[in-house]
Design a binder for this molecule. Sequence first.
Ligand code: HEC
Length: 138
Amino acid sequence: MGLIMKAIYLIIAAWRSRVLSLLLMVLMAGGLLACSESDQPAAEQKAKVNFRQLPEDPQLAALYQRSCIACHGTRAPAIPQTGDIAAWQPRAAKGMDALLDNVINGVGGMPPLGMCMDCEPEQFEALIEFMAAGALTK
Ligand code: HEC
């Protein structure tokens, strides 16, 4: 009799743990689904703006990676992001000279020199052109 009870108990325990692991699996799958759903807008934005792009010139790329990318390649909503032509158009309308002045002196949330202390003005211009992705018409 004791043996039978033990066997029944074991079967119930096994069944329970299977139910539990099934439940866990369903919960995890649900969690994964929820995650991929909330990633959707980011994925859409990625399609519009390629946050990994770098200037072709290796020296410029190094400067960009050391400074500008920290703010202009991070999806921060208040900052015109590299390659986001729509965000750059109203700024590009000021003309390169005004943009260059603002980078050098700082503007709004951007610190003077865009945190690139050793960038030359021509390098800033090249970086701005790269970031504005064709929004600037010369
Ligand atoms: C610490 C963050 C930060 C860094 C680093 C940074 N920027 Fe900015 N940048 C900003 C913010 C914030 C704005 C928006 C300023 C505003 O209009 O209020 C901006 C705006 C600009 C603008 C538009 C200015 C205008 O007149 O509309 C240009 C051009 C620019 N950045 C170039 C650069 C370049 C080039 C670098 C790298 C050398 C750089 N930024 C690095 C934060 C940053």
